[in-house]
Design a protein around this ligand. Structure first.
Ligand code: A2P
Length: 354
């Protein structure tokens, strides 16, 4: 990394681990579209993908199988290859002086690892020790909408139900839904490889492991990660996560309880000005956020903001956000931009190794 990190002209040597996945491919597009100062881009995946090419600013870059030497001369690793892969390579990457922004859940709840949504807790990045965790997609989308309200009046309790797209389970899962839909339309049995049950023309409660209280791992991620990002360890939350046959944008029905009434007009005003959030409401024609409109967009769409008729201090709202963008790749690239802007690249104690 050059001495001038932190200036706009600094060029960063970047590796994308999981480059062939749904999030990996979006990361590569965003690095180009957002003009991230890339000096070199290394594309890493499993040996299955070695040799395939992916376009990046007019070039076709070769994907390499990740290996012992992959992180030499790399400043920043954007990882989206699952928990076990990040865990397997984290020491090597950090040892080589790279900072990892990891999209998996491997390190999110580790107290020494910052868990960041740049619009909410950017200052947590200052304390990184080589790894920064990108939160769970449903958590990011909800946090983006709840935080601006929480800053005005602390939320006491959140109850959320999610409607999660196939993309959260990866590129192969998105293909599986299409294959299932084609099969069903031809009166054939839908094949299931990635998902445990058919998702096309169906839905099912999230299939991540269940704890002894009956909560799915995905639901506990929303609960624990929101508390960490908000720095609100006592915040009360409950979640029901459901997989729906949508390709790449998640939706969420969110119920918020405050200590005092929160005027709907104030909530609308606050959310219409919140960074990264777009208010989408036309009550005359029942037009509110839909996954089809959120797909490919950076903002989290929010609408149907209304008083909870069952509680004087309650608000109901509905949101949709692109799971691959703000739910994953965009948030990771925004963290990377933050690191460059704040001169936070380089790993404490290993930064001078190279
Ligand atoms: P590959 O395509 O070679 O399997 P998604 O979440 O969309 O399924 O993407 C997962 C990403 O993680 C892919 O790029 C995949 O590469 C990569 N990946 C999975 N397992 C490994 C591994 N053991 N080592 C490196 N990359 C991996």
């Amino acid at each position: 990394m050059s001495e001038t990190v932190g200036t706009l002209h600094t060029k960063i040597r970047v590796a994308v681990l999981g480059a062939t996945g749904a999030v990996g491919r979006e990361l590569i597009k965003l690095l180009a579209n957002r003009k991230f100062p890339v000096a070199d881009l290394k594309l890493l995946a499993s040996p299955r993908s070695a040799g395939i090419t992916i376009p990046f600013v007019g070039e076709k870059l070769l994907v390499e199988a990740v290996g012992d030497d992959s992180f030499q001369d790399i400043d920043l690793v954007l990882a989206s290859a699952g928990s076990s892969t990040t865990k397997a390579w984290a020491d090597k990457a950090i040892g080589a002086g790279a900072v990892i922004i990891d999209n998996s859940s491997a390190f999110r709840m580790n107290p020494s690892v910052p868990l960041i949504v740049p619009e909410i807790n950017p200052s947590a990045a200052k304390h990184h020790r080589g790894i920064i965790a990108n939160p769970n997609c449903t958590t990011i989308l909800m946090a983006m909408v709840v935080w601006p309200l929480h800053r005005v009046q602390s939320v006491k309790r959140i109850v959320v139900a999610t409607y999660q797209s196939a993309s959260g389970a990866g590129a192969r899962a998105m293909e599986e839904v299409k294959t299932q839909a084609r099969a069903i339309l031809q009166d054939q049995p839908p094949p299931t490889e990635i998902f445990p049950y058919p998702l096309a023309f169906n839905l099912f409660p999230h299939n991540s492991p269940l704890n002894e209280q009956g909560y799915a791992e995905e639901e506990m991620k929303m609960i624990n990660e929101t508390r960490k990002i908000f720095n609100a360890p006592d915040l009360r939350l409950s979640a029901t996560c459901v997989r729906v046959p949508v390709l790449r944008a998640h939706s969420e029905a969110v119920n918020l309880e405050f200590a005092n009434p929160f005027a709907v007009s104030s909530a609308r005003e606050i959310l219409s000005q919140a960074p990264g959030v777009k208010l989408v409401e036309d009550w005359q024609i029942n037009y509110f956020p839909m996954p089809i409109d959120a797909t490919g967009r950076d903002e989290v769409l929010v609408g149907r903001i209304r008083q909870d008729i069952s509680h004087p201090c309650g608000l109901e709202l509905w949101l949709c956000g692109d799971q691959i963008r703000k739910g994953a790749a965009l948030n990771a690239v925004q963290i990377a931009e933050l690191l460059v802007r704040e001169n936070l690249l380089g790993v404490p104690n290993t930064a001078n190794k190279k």
